[in-house]
Design a protein around this ligand. Structure first.
Ligand code: THU
Length: 145
């Protein structure tokens, strides 16, 4: 991925933190999901008084994209933290990683953003080895059935 694209995604993820609805954790997360056709879908985390309906920024972006007919993705930038500027590289939770496995190839790029110049880049395979996918089960990759 070229640096210009990464910086644009990183800035969008940072901007999306402003939309986060986080009255409980105060941990604001923004995401920018790049589809293979070039469209960028955004997301923020949306918390709930009942806690468990909370949705992460990454899954908000995937829900928006898939519900618009998008199925193929190149990369996601994620920016999350408590302060004005993220103080850590916010890694996606296990549920979001599982959603990525459902729709993305092993080389899908996951960018954890502090600033557009300060980020870490991983592949989906690095952060989610042995992810569960129904095709793999059907192909007998994990176990005899
Ligand atoms: N959260 C995300 O939106 N994405 C992540 O990658 C990690 C966690 C949200 C969920 C919850 O609203 C808050 O951050 C604290 O866990």
């Amino acid at each position: 991925m070229n640096k210009r694209t990464i910086k644009k995604l990183a800035q969008t993820a940072l901007d999306m933190r402003k939309m986060a609805y986080v009255p409980f954790s105060h941990h604001a997360v923004g995401a920018a999901l790049l589809a293979k056709d070039g469209h960028v879908y955004t997301g923020c985390n949306i918390e709930n008084s009942s806690y468990s309906p909370t949705i992460c920024a990454e899954r908000t972006a995937f829900a928006k994209a898939v519900s618009e007919g998008e199925r193929e993705f190149t990369a996601i930038a994620i920016a999350g933290g408590f302060g004005e500027v993220p103080e850590t590289y916010c890694a996606p939770c296990g549920v979001c990683r599982q959603v990525m496995v459902e729709f993305c190839d092993k080389d899908f790029v996951v960018i954890l953003v502090k600033t557009p110049e300060d980020y870490r880049q991983y592949t989906l395979e690095e952060i989610m080895p042995l992810g569960f996918k129904i095709e793999d089960v059907a192909a007998g990759k994990y176990a005899e059935r």
